[in-house]
Design a protein. Structure first.
Ligand code: NAD
Length: 298
């Protein structure tokens, strides 16, 4: 397959990442099927894209016709909807290995021969996901960054069996989407999250051990390290559930206790305080996603 052959793209998982991926694909002119665990959730994903674009129209940054044209490319689809015309499927569902293994088995059977199956996973082995399919040479990691429309990077992950042809087509596609590509070997966390997640987890330990307040920790990284966001703010943006899943993959796969997730992170996830997407994590957020204060005092 050549990049010119890609016309229809299916995105599985209509959360913050899947919605962003669908948006950039539709903005580039691709027809996008958007799937989630139910058609209602897929429709909700499309409404979130419409709301993001609506704000850009209000600010005069996007003509209303362009918004309407983009949205016309996005088709919410039932979880068992037809995938036989999709040239590429990008999986962006919850970062849980058993869920992705099941999705890969079932999705592969519904795709046409030669179509590419990519995962936006942050940490899970691409080779293991590819092993669930009859097309391991056409399975690849295509790791977008959050928020997808703003962040320039796409990290491509080559599984043991990923073909050169698959790498070439997906690299060309990422560039068409306006992204810059780096590549990683298939090891837990790849390049970006192997560096980032231990840092964010360490910030949880720093808070848990009472070295400083959340504001101290975040200002320390913003003003002291020149990071655009502090680690607790960034953890809330990523989603604490997703962060814990990634930390658990690093810990389990490397078998090294330096990757053990902080108890505080486990507790916040157990409480359902997943961060900005639910309005509460380390901080609280209003319904526009603006930070309103600290979520807890101790
Ligand atoms: P999210 O919680 O916002 O969205 C996950 C979506 O998957 C939800 O809408 C959920 O309903 C859906 N889902 C669950 N089970 C499903 C199933 N069986 N079939 C279809 N859909 C299903 O999470 P997210 O932040 O969008 O993360 C999604 C993926 O992207 C994960 O693999 C994550 O590691 C990766 N990722 C996340 C970030 C980030 O900063 N959050 C960055 C890069 C990559």
């Amino acid at each position: 397959m050549k990049v010119e052959d890609i016309r229809e793209i299916a995105v599985i998982g209509a959360g913050q990442m899947g919605g962003g991926i669908a948006q950039v694909c539709a903005a580039t002119g691709y027809d996008v099927l958007l799937l989630d665990a139910s058609v209602e959730r897929a429709e909700q994903g499309k409404r979130r894209i419409a709301s993001v674009l609506g704000k850009q129209v209000e600010k005069g940054k996007l003509p209303a016709e362009d918004r309407d044209a983009l949205l016309a490319h996005v088709k919410p689809t039932a979880p068992d909807g037809y995938l036989g015309n999709a040239d590429l499927v990008i999986e962006a569902a919850t970062e849980e290995q058993s869920l992705k293994i099941d999705l890969f088995k079932r999705t592969d059977q519904r795709m046409k021969p030669g179509a590419i199956l990519a995962s936006n996973t942050s940490s899970i082995s691409i080779t293991r996901l590819a092993g669930q399919t009859q097309r391991p040479e056409s399975v690849i990691g295509m790791h977008f960054m959050n928020p997808v429309p703003l962040m320039k990077l796409v990290e491509l992950v080559r599984g043991v069996q990923t073909s050169d042809a698959t790498m070439d087509v997906i690299r060309a596609l990422a560039e068409r989407l306006g992204k810059t590509v780096i590549t990683s070997k298939d090891q837990p966390g790849f390049v970006v999250n192997r560096m980032l997640v231990p840092f964010l987890n360490e910030a949880c330990f720093v808070l848990q051990e009472g070295l400083g307040t959340p504001e101290d920790i975040d200002a320390g990284a913003r003003l002291g390290l020149n990071h655009p966001m502090g680690p607790l703010e960034l953890a809330d943006l990523i989603g604490l559930d997703t962060l814990l899943f990634i930390a658990e993959v690093l810990h389990r796969e490397f078998g090294d206790d330096k990757y053990r997730p902080a108890t505080l992170l486990r507790n916040l996830v157990a409480a359902g305080w997943y961060g900005r997407k639910v309005g509460r994590g380390f901080y609280t957020y209003d319904d526009k996603g603006i930070k309103t204060g600290r979520a807890f005092e101790r």
